[in-house]
Design a protein. Structure first.
Length: 257
């Protein structure tokens, strides 16, 4: 059974023929990234010791512009801050796949991923460079990476035939990875341990949402979500945030199974 979610629709004030359908349930949840805090990763078995996070399969470029931007950003990194810089010098960053371009893999993970024991510590070299320079990761990383776990799914209403572009702003579920997503042993937007942040997503990921929505629409959406959070009837909770109580009867059944 599919969990119930709450949605709200907003016209885009910058683009006349664009409409945003916002996942109120996820944006008001308390999801947070667990990278470096025991994240099991997205392999077929949990492997927190590898510190891959969601970088095991590389990043697909959203567009030619996305690919060019990341290539320029990578040129600012040297071997002191990027473990696999030498591999790039020999083979390049990108490889062609059946559905576009993906970052090259090195030893089972993205070429940008510095591994445990490297001088800068484990983590995305581009993300680490953003933190070092006091800039936002969205200026450095591939689009899919800086947006994660947010996802903008664009579509047209075939029945309306009015030329309006609809944006479904929601979480990046395992289905977003395609067929391979079903093989993950773990995925963060399903895991209760990832929904322990101090702020709701629309505040903790404000920088990313402003980049996706634009400042004006973000302000409108945030004001609406402030009202929903403060309302006497709060938003529909995210299914991963709903506490599950295991009763004695259920515990006995689980032991005997």
């Amino acid at each position: 059974m599919t969990a119930v979610r709450e949605w709200a629709t907003f016209p885009d004030p910058r683009r006349r023929h664009h409409v945003w359908h916002v996942d109120v349930t996820f944006l008001t949840s308390h999801w947070r990234c667990l990278y470096g805090q025991g994240c099991p990763g997205i392999l077929t078995e949990p492997a927190p010791e590898l510190e891959h996070g969601c970088c095991s399969y590389g990043a697909h470029a959203a567009s030619k512009l996305d690919r060019q931007r990341v290539t320029r950003a990578a040129a600012a990194l040297d071997r002191s801050v990027w473990q696999h810089k030498a591999r790039v010098d020999r083979k390049g960053i990108w490889v062609k796949t059946g559905d576009g371009w993906r970052t090259r893999l090195v030893d089972g993970a993205c070429i940008f991923l510095n591994r445990p024991g490297f001088r800068t510590g484990a983590g995305c070299a581009l993300h680490q460079q953003a933190l070092r320079t006091g800039t936002s990761p969205d200026r450095w990383k591939p689009e899919v990476c800086w947006q994660l776990p947010l996802r903008d799914v664009q579509f047209h209403d075939d029945d309306a035939d009015d030329g309006v572009v609809h944006h479904r702003l929601t979480e990046f579920g395992r289905h977003g990875w395609g067929e391979g997503g079903r093989e993950f042993a773990w995925w963060c937007t399903e895991a209760p341990e990832a929904f322990t942040g101090h702020l709701p997503v629309y505040r903790s990921l404000e920088t990313e949402l402003r980049r996706m929505l634009g400042d004006e629409l973000y302000g409108i959406v945030a004001a609406y979500l402030d009202e929903r959070v403060a309302a006497s009837a709060p938003p529909v909770p995210h299914p991963a945030e709903i506490p599950v109580t295991v009763t004695p009867t259920r515990r006995r059944a689980m032991r005997s199974a």
